[in-house]
Design a protein around this ligand. Sequence first.
Ligand SMILES: *Cc1c(COP(=O)(O)O)cnc(C)c1O
Length: 365
Amino acid sequence: MANNYNRVYNFSAGPAVLPVEVLETARDEMLNYQSSGMSVMEMSHRSKVYDNIIKTAEKDLRELLNIPESYKVLFLQGGAHLQFSMVPINLLKNGIADYIVTGQWAKKAYIEAQKYGKINKIASSEDKNFSYIPDCSDLNISSNADYVYICENNTIYGTKFKTLPNTKGKTLVSDMSSCFLSEPVDIAKYGLIFAGVQKNVGPAGVQIVIIKDDLLRDDLPSWCPTMLNYKIHADNNSLYNTPPAYGIYICGLVFKWLKNIGGLEKMKEINLKKAAILYDFLDKSNLFKGTVEKNSRSLMNIPFITGSEELDKKFIEESAKNGLLQLKGHRTVGGMRASLYNAMPIDGVKKLVEFMEKFEKENTK
Ligand SMILES: *Cc1c(COP(=O)(O)O)cnc(C)c1O
């Protein structure tokens, strides 16, 4: 049942809502995982039973995303933030990379990478507070760029790349943290994808990296910390040291949940339906307005405003009293933001829009 246990509708941008069915399974298996006599939290990451958990998780993820054999899947730690460093450390050979800056996360990645090479900002949407995705069909890609970097779904601003940039043959690197597993992806178009799972896939503490095997190198600079070397993790199947074992287990349950739903095609269909409920309302509302250009709209994160800070504040307070939580927008956008990740039930979006309609009636003359 979707809404028992006195659970609220949680619109948090992350850590975020997880499927009730997954939490129930975790609860049922908490004290004694499948007759092992212990919790997944308590078992050695070198045990046979844990080996089966991590291998099954990888297998299910490969199936969901149709990941080609030539890509490695890594379960790492350190947050998406550590990827802002690992990407340039591992991928810079010529020492040059091109970044497309479409929000705070891309900007942070761009700034961090500058420690390691000559990093070019080849496009940006900062001129309009990151409210759109720039045209990336014919950018000035550096002839010797080691990679082109994007943040595919901009969690704070609610924008998403609908077409990937034309990288003119260069390796594409994507931060997919807030859209990972929300829809099918053609992995072959990327050299490296990373995602912090706490947005759409699991508990904080796990990073998933999908990397083409020809990007794994034996010739990294000697100062590179062992733990920041993708190849070390790839060679050891994510078990070089203790992995975030319990988090990976929960991710595995979410992968099963997605497979049960019918995979990512089906998930996308559901996500389109959910987002349309809110966007359709925003487009006809006399009070609420979306903040993003229509053709850049994210299915996952939907910011909106009333135009009055006072009313925004009142809306956030009153919606919380009605079981609609975590709707406050990011401080750089203001207003509200509803994150409609995979696990947000359609009823949650319907309740939100009903409440917005009521609030609009009561607060417009
Ligand atoms: C949340 C988020 C990050 C930062 O994640 P941490 O795990 O806190 O480092 C980076 N990129 C995107 C797209 C995000 O949504």
